[in-house]
Design a protein around this ligand. Sequence first.
Ligand code: NAP
Length: 379
Amino acid sequence: MGIKAGVVGVGPVGQNIYRCIHELGLQCDEIRMFATSAREMDVDGEMLSVLGLGTEYSDEGLKLFEGLDVVFFAGREGEKGAAKTWAMKAIDTYGCFCIDNGSDFRLDQGIPLIVPEVNMDVATSDTRFIASPNCSTIQLCVALSPLYAKAKIKRVIVSSYQAVSGYGRDAQADMVQQLKALDPEDLSKPLGHDPGIFRKQIVLDCVPHIDSFMDNGYTKEELKMRYETRKIFGDDTMDVVATTVRVPVDIGHAESLNVEFDGPMNAETARELWRESSEELGIVVIDDLAKDTPGWPTPGSPKDATWAGHKYADERSYPTQADVLKGEYKNLVLVGRARDDYSRENTLNFWCVSDNLRKGAATNVVQIAMGLVKRGIIG
Ligand SMILES: NC(=O)c1ccc[n+]([C@@H]2O[C@H](COP(=O)([O-])OP(=O)(O)OC[C@H]3O[C@@H](n4cnc5c(N)ncnc54)[C@H](OP(=O)(O)O)[C@@H]3O)[C@@H](O)[C@H]2O)c1
């Protein structure tokens, strides 16, 4: 027998939760979809009935949660957001188990913040609410986890290249409008963006501003990566310094990382550790000699010459954001470009890519629910 699941929010994350429940095999007898207003909605050719909760708390709205074992929250964040309005009331009234994609409760003491591959064990039989981390934090933690198990991490410097869908469906629609307004004869012409979404036009540009600016000059997104990563690894000594950048990509976040370890670590060991744990952690290493690439070796690289004392080498493969749209990679974390940092001992540079709507959100929460079922905490 399956469980009864609710999904609050039918934006890109809510829709992907619906897909992941089926694709990953969370056994459900019922999937109840909610948004602010009722509607019929087409998801991959299937017409779903969406129940309307309204934009504020009501007793009638709360009754719609009756009988649900687990509720996935994929609504807007904040005081009047979905999780703040409904989650604790659904727990207290109907004993629902709540798993939240938003940031409202992630750093609260006593609220587990879970990436199942890293810290599923922090959920106990007393837990009723679990927070799922920020999309950029999740892929970072998955990629770091087998390396951390080998050598403690002292410091992470990360720059992100984040897709517009990380903001939600409104940002995707705004980017499409900007693309339609492109004039191939004059690429400098303003495209008419919505400054309520991103402050600057996103097409043909990159914007180093995600979420609010904070009093230390960092953005909230950058600080989320710091505090959430520390909480997930249970290690407040690990320093995480982030620069988060919005790029004109629809789906898929990329990160460039520089990681300093407390013990021996190099690029070759990292690739081995990722490959060994690939099945268990959902990591794919794309960092080999790129023999199948058209144009290999890199056109214009003279094989026997040297430059600045370095020999030219054969081209290597690497993952990009477009790769995560391929079916086989959408729930995984792709890593590549692993290099020893020649300026610092036991320090590594690498590149990591994942689907922000999948492993960065929907896949993670469905995996959490599957972990709870396995542990007998729900179902
Ligand atoms: N996008 C990502 O990559 C990503 C990654 C990790 C976490 N998250 C988090 O996941 C959540 C959803 O993201 P999204 O990109 O799918 O957002 P979105 O495109 O803005 O969609 C939000 C959905 O939630 C519904 N909603 C908003 N407030 C509600 C409320 N008070 N009660 C019931 N339903 C409500 C909206 O209903 P209507 O359709 O009726 O307006 C809409 O269907 C956000 O908290 C976001 O921070 C997103």
